[in-house]
Design a protein around this ligand. Structure first.
Ligand SMILES: *Cc1c(COP(=O)(O)O)cnc(C)c1O
Length: 368
């Protein structure tokens, strides 16, 4: 048996052709010294807003802060209920809790893993203020359905696009359709910094102005504080790195889509492969399969030095941190049925054909 190591993500491979440009940018930053809110931040914000197709982009410290501040910018807070999918990374939920609102979970759609629009209506009460659809794994949510419900009930829609940089829905980028959208630049995201970072996109002028205050101590002029903001800024260094990487994003996403097709061609019939939704362009932040024999498959991959992951082992509503919300096992059967079956395979733009073959061979040769 030939063996090779297949990492889950290989950032070194992504950075290798960019290292010279990044090192030059770091040296220039050290000379200029504008480490916080330097001109490179505004430049990247302009580039990213144009890329997404939003009027504004406001850089912040993390993806979590991006969701939290987007909610605050639209006055979502204490006493409000915010609808979110049960199948998401915990940050979606923690952001809602951080503004003092109550998360109200909704089950996912079995095929897309995104929030089930048909289940949203039943979760709406007189206190519902917002919906946070999550473009999970890089697959855009059926936003037309979500936006129609939101319009009918006068709700704010904050897209959690932390896994969907560049994904399209009916021709538009994820992050351009809700009232605002939150992105994370955690290093392993489809567009990643070399540390923490995040950004909010919005075409609402008032919200954008509010966000610029919120992220920077509520100050328009230094030491004059208009509102009780916080400190959550995108570092100048990270903005520089992101400006270097952004022109490559569509190419990287196209490579991920090609790899996903290669996986699907080999794995179909052996495990359940991802189903692309109509109207959406999946950018495969994660390539998530389902199998009844997950533990055995995980072990088999590990034995062959193939890394895999589980996103996520425990649905949000059953996390210990959410115990006080009062949800029970059985509340969201679709999400709960998938949780013990899902497995994320290695996925990054620089995956090689032989790595994909090696991973697929390990899976299809597994005894039933
Ligand atoms: C990564 C992620 C976040 C949070 O981003 P951080 O930068 O780690 O704070 C939020 N939501 C989802 C769906 C994510 O995947």
């Amino acid at each position: 048996m030939t063996t090779m190591q297949v990492p889950f993500v290989d950032l070194r491979a992504q950075h290798a052709p960019l290292n010279d440009a990044i090192e030059r940018a770091v040296r220039e930053l050290m000379t200029r010294g504008d480490f916080i809110m330097g001109a490179a931040v505004e430049r990247f914000e302009t580039e990213y807003a144009a890329f997404i197709g939003a009027r504004h982009a406001v850089g912040v410290g993390t993806g979590l802060a991006a969701i939290e501040l987007a909610l605050r910018a639209f006055d979502v807070g204490a006493g409000d209920e915010v609808i979110a999918p049960a199948n998401t990374f915990i940050a979606t939920v923690l952001a809602i809790l951080a503004v003092g609102a109550t998360p109200v979970f909704v089950d996912m759609d079995a095929a897309s893993y995104g929030i089930d629009p048909s289940a949203i209506r039943a979760a709406i009460t007189s206190r519902t203020k917002a919906i946070v659809p999550v473009h999970l794994y890089g697959q855009p949510v059926d936003l037309d359905a979500v936006l129609a419900i939101a319009a009918r009930h006068n709700l704010i829609v904050i897209e959690d696009a932390a896994q969907a940089h560049g994904a399209r829905y009916k021709g538009k980028r994820a992050g351009s359709m809700g009232h605002a959208a939150a992105f994370s630049f955690y290093p392993s995201k489809n567009l990643g910094a070399i540390g923490d970072g995040g950004i909010i996109t919005t075409s609402d002028d008032r919200a954008a102005a509010r966000l610029r205050l919120l992220r920077n101590y509520g100050q328009r002029v230094k030491y004059y504080h208009a509102i009780a903001g916080t400190n959550s800024r995108l570092d100048t260094l990270q903005a520089q790195v992101l400006s270097i990487k952004l022109p490559h994003l569509d190419g990287w996403n196209a490579a991920r889509r090609t790899h996903a097709d290669a996986y699907a061609a080999r794995l179909h019939g052996h495990v359940q492969t991802p189903v692309a939704s109509a109207g959406g362009e999946h950018i495969y932040h994660l390539y998530v399969i389902e199998t009844a024999n997950r533990a055995a498959l995980e072990q088999r991959l590990r034995a062959r030095e193939i890394q895999s992951g589980i996103h996520y082992p425990v649905p949000a509503h059953l996390q210990e941190a959410c115990a006080s919300l009062g949800y029970q096992p059985g509340d969201f059967p679709v999400t709960e049925a998938a949780a013990p079956r899902i497995l994320s395979l290695p996925m990054f733009a620089e995956l090689t054909t032989s790595q994909i073959d090696y991973v697929c061979e390990a899976i299809v040769s597994m005894p039933a």
